[in-house]
Design a protein around this ligand. Structure first.
Ligand code: PHE
Length: 359
């Protein structure tokens, strides 16, 4: 009997080693060391041996029992480790992955600046209005108090189309002031809108392209006056250029659709290479504005004795160039990837007045 003990031990060790999981291992333990287990039976059998064999046999079986407990415990730990390892592998996440895939494209400066100025004017209670690029003479000129055959119509270097409406050629709008007219004719006062959009003039050099962008502003109610115009536009330029110390002046000017009319200049420092806004003692023209002319109000069916207010028009590309330091306007519209990568903005960083216009 004792002679077989080594063979038995080797057999048990193999079985334990081969147990594929904790369930099978527990089954083995019961088979060997349980109440009716093989080894338990051996230990029990010691009492039926001749007395002189008992001490040796008892010692040997107890040792076997301890050794089996040990290999079982070892195998249990090994299986638990394996299970943990498998689980860790299965649940692995790569924490070095960026939270979002890196955006490939860039936001064009014109879109960025449009979003920035929309955020600023939205904070002041302005809504956004739109109108078509293809216009007629009425919305672009007549309703805006350009007299027929007036030289101011030529001033705009209008692109006329071959298509006609009521015997008159259609045209590409030369300014966003058309949207003032459309908005006032389609809605009841008071108004407080901005209208960004594309505009067209037959003109081309480093700072002029045949297509460019403007934003129109219009505020009409019963009491709005020139003081509101100034306050609104000074607040705007300070928010837009992100400097509270920007100085401004309003110079008398002429537009058929405003009276009085003004051009707004902001303080700047001009060197050969650059223009720095908010410093120095030079002035830079930035927009046209004025009190909406009574004839414009009449043209859209409002009584100028009851309604009044201001309008302004500003070049979006121009204020983009000033803020972000682009020297030439033409590459804006050349779809040059190198230029876009350099001057473009990262998508998803939406400009807000509370989170920052630019990050
Ligand atoms: N429409 C004018 C332009 O294109 C700008 C402007 C708009 C001026 C509104 C006064 C009021 O030059």
């Amino acid at each position: 009997m004792l002679a077989d003990i080594d063979a038995l031990k080797a057999e048990i060790e193999d079985a334990v080693e081969a147990a594929p999981d904790l369930g099978r291992l527990e089954q083995l333990r019961v088979e060997l060391l349980g109440k009716k287990g093989r080894v338990t039976e051996l230990v029990k059998g010691v009492s039926s041996l001749p007395p002189e064999e008992r001490p040796k046999a008892g010692q040997a079986f107890n040792q076997l029992k301890r050794q089996i407990e040990e290999v079982l415990a070892e195998r249990r730990t090994a299986l638990a480790d394996e299970a943990l390892h498998a689980r860790l592998l299965a649940e692995r996440i790569d924490v070095t992955l960026p939270a979002r895939p890196r955006a490939e494209g860039r936001i064009h400066p014109v879109s960025q600046v449009t979003d920035e100025l929309t955020a600023i004017f939205a904070d002041m209670g302005f809504a956004v209005a739109e109108g078509p690029d293809i216009e007629n003479d009425f919305h672009n000129f007549t309703a805006l108090n350009f007299p027929p055959e007036h030289p101011a119509r030529d001033m705009h270097d209008t692109f006329f189309l071959e298509a006609e409406e009521n015997g008159r050629p259609l045209l590409l709008r030369t300014h966003t002031s058309t949207i003032q007219v459309r908005h006032m004719m389609a809605n009841k006062p008071p108004y407080r809108i901005i209208a960004p959009g594309r505009t067209y003039r037959c003109d081309s050099d480093a700072t002029h392209t045949p297509m460019f962008h403007q934003v129109e502003g219009l505020v009409i109610d019963r009491r709005t006056h020139m003081g509101h115009l100034k306050g609104c536009l000074i607040d705007f330029v300070r928010a837009y250029f992100e400097r509270d110390d920007i100085t401004a002046r309003f110079r008398p000017s002429f537009f058929p659709f405003t009276e009085p009319s003004a051009e707004m200049d902001i303080g700047c420092r001009r060197t050969k290479e650059e223009i720095v806004v908010g410093e120095g003692s030079d002035w830079l023209e930035i927009l046209g504005c004025g009190m909406v002319h009574p004839n414009v109000l009449r043209a859209v069916g409002l009584d100028p004795a009851e309604w009044q207010g201001f309008a302004f028009g500003m070049g979006i590309d121009r204020i983009a160039m000033l803020k972000y330091g682009m020297p030439d306007l033409r590459p804006f519209f050349e779809a040059d990837l190198a230029w876009l990568r350099h001057y473009g903005f990262v998508p998803l960083d939406l400009p807000t007045t509370f989170g920052g216009l630019t990050r």
